[in-house]
Ligand binder design. Sequence first.
Ligand code: NAD
Length: 367
Amino acid sequence: MITEVLTANQLKKEAPVFGQLSFDDHEQVVFCFDKDTGLKAIIGVHNTILGPALGGTRMYDYKTEWDALNDVLRLSRGMTYKSAITGLNLGGGKAVIMGDPKKIKTPDLMRRFGEFVHTLGGKYYTAEDVGMETSDMDTVREVTPYVTGISEAKGGAGNPSPVTAYGVYMGMKASAKFAFGKDDLTGKKILVQGIGHVGEELVRLTAEEGAKVIISDINEERLNEVSLKYGVEIYRGQDLYAEAADIYAPCALGATVNDDTINKLQVKVIAGAANNQLANEHIHGPLLQQKGIIYAPDFLINAGGIINVFAEIEKYGRDQIITKTENIYNTTLDILTKAEAMGITTNEAAVRIADDRIAQRKKEKLS
Ligand code: NAD
């Protein structure tokens, strides 16, 4: 799996789609445009060997279309690995809608997007991601059944974010057990970067356990609100990446472990919700390993959300959602232990397990 972040110029020099490093064997990429609503979206279907591709829709004001394309490809591939390692019979897919959700998101635009999802006939199921709300999925549901993350009132499993946060918390505790000898987070200094839907719930869980939580966000209003609500400190320093702490929890956007930040990091564990935290897993994974920083693979520990939305397709209930999410603790501990024993990065250990499961299913299908 390749997770290079390429600049627009680099991308242009190469073959723009199949030649992109992040294209990485995608089965299908769909470009969706609607002049009337201003919709510009891309749906990436990475792999459907284990089942239909499921992954959220991100709405974001990308600087360029290349950035949007690169993001959707990286995210959809990550979903393939996430579902595979979590033991779900789902493939990997994702969608991005270009534009600021506060400015251009309308019910008409969401319905039009849903119509495009519908054209894939169930090969891709959508859900929420950054810039989306449960109510948006309800709107999409008006035009297609191929959507999850809809409200409980409309028969869905509700907002997946609290379950995602619970899974991240499980992965964080397992990483703490591995790094510090016990999974108790009491007194541990935890930097939570991004206190949105997932980050806030992670703050609640860790603060309630007695951790010394420090929050950071670009939204000052949220910072004050969450700080007051849970009695946690706001980060007021110059550079969060250089702050010494026990645990860094990236819960904003991806690629925060990169060439600029990696040498500054002074934490023992990285465990957070953001997708694709390593800008380049082949470079930054080994560098973290060399620095002795325990990295809990993002696609493993942030799988609570997909477990929650998959319940809508498989019709399993709350108890199973929680049991499957709690199992993230065991899987994380297992992968950290295996990686150490094999002398490989934790990311590589997780990818190998996911790859094996996909290869096995492919073999079964062919036989
Ligand atoms: P969100 O949009 O609700 O929250 C993101 C927060 O990050 C916002 O408060 C935003 O202001 C803040 N932020 C943005 N840029 C920042 C920066 N540079 N520094 C600090 N803060 C910044 O999103 P979410 O649903 O909480 O998801 C957070 C991350 O977890 C995303 O990467 C998402 O893809 C991933 N994720 C979410 C789910 C889920 O169930 N919601 C599941 C799996 C993965």
